[in-house]
Design a binder for this molecule. Structure first.
Ligand code: ATP
Ligand code: MG
Length: 284
């Protein structure tokens, strides 16, 4: 099993190495990086390239580790027990009927090896990663209600993404292989754009990339635009059939790039950019 990138996803050499290292070590791959740099998509693409089904678990602030294992639906059981005259109460007697399997359980008991994405682990509370240590390490857990041990038939390939909103505990980090997706350099970005817009005019792309990196490199930006925002912006430029001149700020009529709302996401950043354009014009 080796990951070598895919048609829809541009993977740098070190990213491919990281994926293969986590496969070799049989440890989860912890992927960090700015929003929109392809962390979630990586799991989707690796699963597809290695021909594995992908089970996704999107973490929210209220998500508990136990929900990934199983939940005991006591409410349904109580309701059924009150209605048991209807079907003789056979269902109520068996507690197995009220155990709802979570994503980890499904991944552990699947017929074939699967990929498992635990997306945005940093959204959950601080106990969440600690509560999953044993499950991810030993690939087993105990169901107290039915007194059974669920063991993984095949070790799933685990991807964990984080946007760094919270620090992860050391004991958790020890069990992962870590990779930070660096912001793509111009050449990699060009390849990513090619994947999404194969027929884009060279001049338009060059001008757009220049503007994009200018915006990104502005010192003091609150939120730097990322890959997915560049792609959105290009999509709009293409859809609006924007002339190249509109992107080149030598033209005094142009203050900020057109449709800049795709790149800059708050008013302070837009003001900062406008000031810079204004200053540059006066220096000329
Ligand atoms: N290396 C890449 N190759 C191809 N497309 C990419 C790549 N990186 C990012 N993209 C594009 O950017 C979009 C966003 O990627 P994705 O949702 O995986 O980002 P993310 O890192 O998970 O962001 P977030 O942290 O906000 O969840 C993708 O849908 C894809 O179109
Ligand atoms: Mg994501």
């Amino acid at each position: 099993m080796k990951f070598q990138g895919s048609q829809n996803y541009v993977a740098t050499q070190d990213l491919m190495l990281a994926v293969n290292a986590s496969i070799t070590l049989k440890r989860p791959l912890l992927v960090k990086g700015e929003p929109g740099t392809g962390k979630t998509m990586l799991a989707e693409e690796v699963a597809q390239a290695l021909d594995m089904p992908l089970l996704q678990w999107h973490i929210k602030s209220t998500t508990k580790a136990q929900q990934g294992l199983y939940e005991y639906d006591a409410v349904s059981r109580l309701r059924d027990s009150q209605l048991k005259d209807l079907d003789g109460g056979e269902k109520v007697k068996d507690i197995h009927n009220y155990i709802v399997k979570g994503v980890l359980w499904q991944a552990f008991t699947a017929d074939q090896p699967v990929a498992l994405l635990i997306d945005e682990i940093d959204k959950a509370d601080i106990e969440f990663p600690n509560d999953l240590l044993r499950e991810l390490d030993r690939m087993e857990f105990y169901v107290y209600e039915t007194r059974e041990l669920v063991k993984a038939r095949h070790r799933p390939l685990v991807f964990i993404t984080s946007n760094n909103e919270k620090e992860l505990p050391d004991a958790f980090l020890r069990r992962c292989f870590f990779h930070y997706i660096k912001f793509p350099d111009a050449e990699t970005m060009q390849r990513i754009v090619d994947v999404h817009f194969p027929g884009l005019k060279k001049e338009l792309l060059a001008a757009a990339m220049r503007t994009f990196y200018d915006v990104r490199n502005l010192p003091g930006l609150k939120k730097k635009p990322s890959t997915s925002e560049l792609l959105d912006w290009l999509k709009l430029l293409v859809a609006e059939d924007m002339p190249i001149e509109a992107l080149q700020s030598q033209d005094d009529k142009v203050a900020v790039p057109p449709l800049v709302g795709a790149l800059l996401k708050n008013e302070q950043d837009v003001t900062l950019f406008e000031k810079l354009v204004f200053m540059q014009r006066h220096n000329r």
